[in-house]
Design a protein around this ligand. Structure first.
Ligand code: MN3
Length: 197
């Protein structure tokens, strides 16, 4: 069975970019609910001891009544665990030079990458995520609806942004672009670089 992981920092640590009230609800209520519903979906089945990534990569082979709950809540558990760990309170830290060079090769420069990523994030219709992934040696930006992710086809993302309204509405209301702009200040680039290997 799955449990809610602790945040790697305090609820108010990402202020003023992401407010304490949003973090309390987002981690304590939304993420907890994904964990609880995922556990309810697998309870008493042969999947009780399965790894999360194993479940996510085999959704189509699960019993039909489990597919949607695992997609939404297993996806939600994976995505949020990922999200907490690619943010940090120290203003994001330095962009490692190797990552800077890789971003430059794929997107021109960091500012252009940020613009393209933000454009993709703004254009997610309704609830979803935007990701930076590496596929076939190329860095790419990708969008997912709801709680889907590249992990569902076996690709661990390097960076991801939650653009569900619950991630920003308390502080930013309908102004998703302002949330995205502020979020760059808490991206943990060292963690991003680590995920690119
Ligand atoms: Mn969320």
């Amino acid at each position: 069975m799955f449990t809610l992981p602790d945040l790697p920092y305090a609820y108010d640590a990402l202020e003023p970019y992401i407010d304490e009230g949003t973090m309390l609800l987002h981690h304590g209520k939304h993420h907890q609910t994904y964990v609880d519903k995922l556990n309810a979906a697998i309870k008493g089945t042969e999947y009780e001891d399965a790894e999360l990534t194993e479940l996510l990569q085999n959704i189509d082979n699960l019993p039909s009544e489990m597919q949607l709950p695992v997609r939404h809540n297993g996806g939600g558990h994976y995505n949020h665990t990922f999200f907490w760990n690619i943010m940090s309170p120290d203003g994001g830290g330095e962009l490692p030079s190797e990552l800077d060079a890789r971003i430059a090769t794929s997107f021109g420069d960091l500012e252009t990458f940020k613009d393209k990523f933000a454009e993709a994030a703004v254009s997610v219709f309704g609830s979803g995520w935007v990701w930076l992934i590496e596929e076939n040696g190329q860095l790419m930006i990708e969008r997912s609806p709801l709680q889907d992710s590249p992990m569902m086809r076996g690709i661990e993302p390097a960076l991801g942004l939650d653009v569900w309204e619950h991630a920003y509405y308390l502080k930013y209301q309908n102004k998703r672009p302002d949330y995205i702009e502020a979020w760059w200040s808490v991206v943990n680039w060292e963690e991003v670089a680590k995920r690119l290997g």
